[in-house]
Write a protein that binds this ligand. Structure first.
Ligand code: SF4
Length: 432
């Protein structure tokens, strides 16, 4: 028997009233604050988002504050959340809202769609939660709950499956009792998906929809929802590059990407497709060590493989700006500051800098420890990236040459304290 949408809607709203989590963005109807939360929650877990959201609202409490802030400041407050396009779009959208609507977000989903960076889902969520617009809304959690309750056998990411899920969400909204808050229905469905109807091992015994759920009745919780198979890590395309690690005391030389494209607006070690391109970026007066270490970062759709080389500038070299159209600035930054979020830096850059300095490593090879390390970057969303690091080191601390021959040793990388690494860094700089 097909479950009754009105009964499902009533059960979801009642459960939400009883069991909703006290999340900071649920205590407000400010459309700007809800906009920020919706953008941050894309691809990122609630527990990760909470401190970022609170810090963001502390620094940029209104659309006007965000619009007036420099992009560097915006990205620094996003540092560690990943998917930086979201931060750039928020910033761009805030400027548009100030210029075009005087700082007040449009009050309908249709109007919100005109703000740069606000897509259909986010517009619907803001309109629903902040303005009470009665419209269905589907995210991954909602799709999972509906696919299980109504036994939807189509791939929920296919056109047919998507249409079916959206139609069911609309049917629930139509069945909502007059006077009930449509936001409670949609947030209730999302809450159910996030806390009870989990992707694996759903808590059916605690579920308010258990009596009506087709997947539970037929024992098909593990089969539903139907989703396309994910590509394995080995199938992802690889982007390779060479980066230069140039230290000056406690600081490291970083280049800033232009706002457009991957890592736009973020600071990173100067890098190019090959060593010559990396050298060109900082100028000709740079000496590069024959070997450093390599690092691989796995993103959702690609792998990035970086060969990091220690390098130094000639004593009288002056920074004249980046010599590469992909970058718009070149300057020194304290390593501890970058790791602490003082500037916008990608999880890749932070993973590289959160390591023992390659300057000290060049003199301490360990032929007996031939191991690589695979770990999740602590600053990134837990499931967003993983990284692998391999070190190739010269056998003794010899003056660097622009040669490419070296012996190769792989060492286990260890977490380091910033302070001790700075000390090591200073010692090794003097030695080089
Ligand atoms: S009964 Fe189980 S499978 Fe069905 S909606 Fe509830 S938690 Fe999900």
């Amino acid at each position: 028997m097909t479950p009754d949408p009105a009964a499902i809607a009533a059960a979801v709203v009642a459960h939400y009233a009883r069991a909703r989590r006290d999340l900071p963005w649920r205590r407000t109807r400010d459309p700007y604050a809800i906009w920020v939360s919706e953008i941050m929650l894309q691809q990122t877990r609630v527990a990760t988002v909470i401190p970022y959201w609170e810090r963001w609202l502390g620094r940029f409490p209104t659309v006007r504050d965000l619009a007036a802030a420099p992009l560097d400041d915006v990205l620094a407050h996003w540092a560690g959340l990943g998917y930086y396009t979201r931060a750039r779009n928020l910033h761009r959208g805030a400027r548009e809202v100030v210029e075009r609507w005087g700082g007040a977000l449009p009050g309908t989903a249709g109007g919100l769609r005109e703000v740069p960076g606000i897509g259909a889902y986010t517009a619907g969520a803001i309109a629903l939660i902040a303005f009470g617009e009665r419209a269905p809304l589907v995210d991954g959690n909602v799709a999972r709950v509906l696919a299980r309750v109504f036994a939807v056998d189509d791939d929920v990411k296919s056109t047919a499956g998507g249409k079916r899920i959206w139609a069911l969400a609309a049917a629930l909204m139509d069945g909502l009792a007059p006077g009930a808050d449509p936001g409670d229905l949609n947030q209730g469905l999302m809450e159910l998906g996030a806390t009870v109807c989990a992707p694996r091992a759903p808590s059916c015994l605690a579920c308010p929809l258990a009596a009506a759920c087709a997947a539970r009745r037929d024992g098909r919780q593990d089969e539903l929802p139907v989703v396309p198979a994910r590509r394995g890590v080995d199938e992802l395309p690889v982007l390779s590059c060479v980066a230069l690690w140039i230290e000056r005391g406690d600081e490291v030389l970083l280049a800033r990407r232009r706002p457009e494209g991957l890592y736009g607006g973020l600071w990173e070690l100067p890098q190019g497709d090959d060593l010559a391109a990396a050298r060109r970026l900082v100028g000709s007066r740079v000496t590069v060590a024959a070997a450093g270490f390599s690092h691989e970062q796995v993103l959702t759709h690609r792998r990035i493989r970086v060969e990091v080389r220690p390098a130094r500038l000639a004593a009288k070299a002056r920074l004249v700006g980046p010599r590469d159209p992909r970058y718009d600035a070149l300057s020194w930054h304290p390593i501890a500051g970058v790791l602490g979020g003082d500037v916008g830096a990608s999880s890749l850059t932070r993973a590289l800098l959160d390591r023992k300095s390659p300057w000290s490593r060049t003199s301490t090879p360990s032929p007996s420890s031939k191991r690589g390390t695979r770990r999740s970057s602590p600053a990134s969303p837990p499931s967003a990236t993983t990284s692998t690091t391999t070190t190739s080191a010269r056998p003794r601390a010899a003056p660097p040459r622009a040669s490419t021959s070296s012996s190769t040793t792989t060492t286990r990388s260890r977490p380091r304290s910033t302070r001790s690494s700075r000390a090591r860094s200073r010692r090794s700089t003097a030695r080089w």
